[in-house]
Design a protein around this ligand. Sequence first.
Ligand code: PLP
Ligand code: COI
Length: 363
Amino acid sequence: MSAPLPAFRHEPHGSPVAADERGRQIADPGFGRVFTDHMAVVGYTAAEGWHDPHITARKPFQVDPACAVLHYAQEIFEGLKAYRLDGGGIALFRPVANAARFRRSAQRLAMPELPEELFLGSLEALVRADAHWIPAIDGGSLYLRPFMVASEAFLGVRPAGEYLYIVLASAAGSYWKGGVRAISLWVSHDYTRAAPGGTGAAKCGGNYATSLVAQAEATRRGCDQVVFLDAIERRWVEELGGMNIFFVFADGTLRTPPLTGTILPGITRDSILTLARDEGLRVEEAPYAIDDWRTDAERGDLVESFACGTAAVVTPIASARGPDYSFQVGSGGMGQLTARFLDRLTAIQRGRAPDPHAWRHLL
Ligand code: PLP
Ligand code: COI
């Protein structure tokens, strides 16, 4: 039995967004732009530990310009969604898994670990306060962004002694403009995302900062997303800037790169592996070389590939391109197994299917 959730003091927003304006904002929110009225906040100091959990108005706040996160990027975050269930009620999807990953990220960034009950308590309190922001549109959800920053004002290079843990909530539709469609990938042979011993398995802002130049190159080359190769051999396909990757072979085998420490252990990735094993599919967590991906796709031995993550859900991959090659994946559209995983996963998330693994966390 886990510990009881701590009470979050509630300071209601003095002037929340009016209902008609909120309705306008959440009619077509896209991703990451429309924020709710409140946020959850918990402080940490070495002397006091975690203290003062509360819900308050979401607003800019002051930090000292010497604040450690602004200089040394001591920051971690999470991403998960709250869904309105078809049968009524609201559920978070696998928040206990996010709580565990947040603690592992904290360890890697030399930050204090947030207890699971504070993590879950912050999400529940915030979603309760702002549930009316969940868009009632196809694919709508409340995207939750817990994060922790080093807030101590000190320029010496050592783990900070003060931190702020905050959760934002953002009304979300599709991550992709215009809804789910097959995406094109740029294979980065120049930039890598993570090296052995580095922070690839942690969800820290620094990983995303270093991915931006590669993503910008992908965009410049007319591709939707960048896909990274391993840092040692520049051969093994690892993941996208913000999504894991799966391959489907003509014989029905499903493969995804293994968790060797350089890729993020995605919760969507784990959910798809579990669903695939439940179905009796042959599943491999094994490396896949970029050259093999290309030749297998060209020969028809590889029939589908897809990206997955909380924000992107399950997104088909149409094609991949590098400096001197380009290939199409399968039909270039939504593959059969890709569609099935998208459907099965969202059916569980939205309460339209049984939940054999108890992934829905009801509020
Ligand atoms: N890989 C990276 C680099 C990510 O940023 C994300 C998104 O969170 C994922 C994979 C997918 O993880 P999850 O399924 O837990 O959202
Ligand atoms: C997520 O899917 O939750 C992510 O964090 C990906 C991206 C928005 C950074």
